[in-house]
Design a protein around this ligand. Structure first.
Ligand code: GAR
Length: 191
């Protein structure tokens, strides 16, 4: 099977990105990471890319807080095309993608979200689950569409909420599940 070219977008520490790059390196995920791009200057995910020798870039997002300015999103498409990216992987990417990205990569953008969607879309989903008194939450890999944390679900993993969980302990446990689920879901997509 030929390796699929992936581009990873993220805004944070990059633990999901690291898990994906580790699985590529150990040969259990047949993909090639072509570029890592962040909307956050000096984000941890860019350092993870450097550690693994993956080309990486900061893309200034422009004046909006939750999405890219049009010009920046055009530039994003151009950067991904130039890197020959076939599948876009959102790994802790905290902006909503619009056009031209959605049209440039139809059914070719995946996201991971720290809840059992459709429950708790949006920010700090693990806190939302705690506040709602859930006894089970988890994480979801899904295709990206125009709505926030929405789109056809590819895979989910349950994570129990245990007594005395804080938002930190619960999020950490969800992230352990994410690091297994996301590379597996990408492999499933490639197959
Ligand atoms: C992850 O928990 C991911 O699920 C979440 O951001 C974190 C990024 O961590 N994403 C969202 O909430 C998207 N709506 P990472 O930078 O260490 O991978």
């Amino acid at each position: 099977m030929a390796a699929i070219g992936i581009g990873i977008l993220g805004s944070g520490a990059g633990s999901n990105c690291r898990a994906i790059l580790e699985r590529i390196r150990d040969g259990t995920l047949c993909a090639e990471a072509r570029v890592v791009i962040s909307d956050v200057f000096d984000a941890g995910i860019l350092h993870v890319a450097q550690e693994f020798g993956v080309p990486n870039a900061y893309l200034p997002p422009g004046k909006y807080r939750t999405r890219f300015e049009q010009e920046a999103e055009f530039l994003l498409v151009q950067m991904l095309h130039e890197a020959a990216v076939e599948l876009v992987v959102l790994a802790g990417f905290m902006r909503v993608l619009k056009q031209p990205m959605l049209a440039a990569f139809p059914h070719r953008i995946l996201n991971i979200h720290p809840s059992l969607l459709p429950k708790f879309p949006g920010l700090e989903a693990w806190k939302q689950a705690l506040t709602a008194g859930e006894t089970v939450t988890g994480c979801t890999v899904h295709y990206v569409d125009a709505a926030v944390d929405h789109g056809e679900i590819i895979a989910q993993r349950q994570v129990p909420v245990i007594p005395n969980d804080t938002s930190e302990t619960l999020h950490a446990r969800i992230q352990v599940a994410e690091r297994e689920l996301y590379p597996d879901a990408i492999r499933q997509f490639c197959e």
